[in-house]
Design a protein around this ligand. Structure first.
Ligand code: APR
Length: 312
């Protein structure tokens, strides 16, 4: 059977950690791409040399160009810059939009059948940017946000209950950030509704901490943002696609009529398999959940309007 090929663009913290998880899972051969000369080559070689110790077989190379990425099955986009002091959100959007457009154009031209997984922030704007630039069908472009947000939520619930994270099942909808939509009604612990185990005020505090999960880590690290869990989340999506697992994962996926969204990428549960995003799973929302979801979608629409206005 032909080995899968994974291109990871951006060999910084998230990109290099994606390569690490992907290699450890033997998902396929890996090409790390970055603009910084030597960085992807050095990290690629270093990681390849951990193979004999950890006993994984993967061809891992680094490159500053895109020819080596040809015919990838999955392309993960993590390139971009983080927001620096004094930088407005628009400055960040405009810089990362340029970077994501450029890397998408290059990668899509060489891997026209790949599934794109976008990780660069602001996620909801960047997944739209990658789709528009690639001209790929919508089912072959997804954004990583929900898997990470749910992982944070599950971690905090397990901490609260002093139980295994493995027994927590949860779902979140909407955009990445403050307006994500937590769904305690769809959260269970070994089959027990979480609302029977955690009082409302404690659950609200957990939800609040989940919403601010990225900022909490930025404040601790001071020089960068989270990368272990974002990379693990991204590779869970890549694995579902490459191994055609048909996992149901919350992703930024294109919703045409689903959830009444009308043609935007928003965080919803969907089936990920060989074809990419194979199906959006519709769930029932009560009035309060629907209002939160609609607010989140309007924020996504504002970001997309900004991208469209500044496309040029
Ligand atoms: N082409 C290729 N690589 C690029 C380009 C480009 N045009 N522009 C920047 N990069 C690379 C940088 O050289 C850097 O190595 O992207 C990498 C980004 O890595 P980090 O600065 O370490 O950022 P990281 O923590 O990995 O986050 C990357 O993922 O979760 C999101 O918010 C996060 O948008 C950010 C992205």
């Amino acid at each position: 059977m032909k080995r899968a090929k994974i291109t990871i663009i951006g060999a910084g913290n998230v990109g290099a950690t994606c390569a690490h998880w992907a290699a450890a899972k033997e998902l396929g051969d890996i090409v790390l791409v970055d603009i910084v000369d030597g960085l992807p080559q050095g990290k690629g070689l270093d990681l390849a040399q951990s193979g004999p110790i950890e006993r994984f077989d993967a061809r891992i190379i680094g490159a500053n160009g895109y020819d080596e990425t040809a015919d990838s099955d999955v392309v993960i986009i993590t390139s971009g810059i983080a927001r620096k002091p004094g930088m407005s959100r628009d400055d960040l959007m405009s810089t990362n939009m340029k970077i994501v457009r450029e890397v998408t154009r290059q990668a899509a031209a060489r891997s026209p059948n790949a599934v794109l997984i976008v990780v660069s922030n602001p996620l909801d704007a960047m997944v739209f940017t990658a789709w528009k630039e690639s001209k790929f069908p919508t089912h072959r472009v997804v954004g990583q946000a929900g898997v990470l947000d749910v992982a944070r939520y599950r971690t905090f619930i397990a901490m609260e209950l002093n139980c295994s994270v493995e027994d927590i099942d949860a779902l979140l909808l909407g955009g990445h950030g403050d307006d994500m939509v937590p769904l305690p009604r769809y959260t269970s612990v070994a089959g027990i509704p979480v609302t029977q185990l955690i009082a409302k005020d404690r659950l609200d505090a957990i939800i609040d901490r989940t919403r601010k999960g990225g900022a909490e880590i930025v404040n601790l690290l001071k020089t960068g943002s989270a990368y272990y869990a974002p990379a693990a989340a991204t590779i869970a999506m890549a694995e579902a696609i490459i191994r055609d697992k048909r996992r149901i994962l919350p992703c930024a996926a294109y919703c045409k009529s689903e959830y009444g969204v009308g043609g935007y990428f928003v965080g919803v549960p969907c089936i990920l398999g060989r074809g990419g995003m194979e199906k959006v799973i519709a769930i029932e929302l009560n009035a309060e959940e629907k209002a939160m979801f609609d607010a989140s979608v309007s924020h996504v629409k504002e970001l997309v309007a900004w991208v469209e206005k500044n496309w040029a």
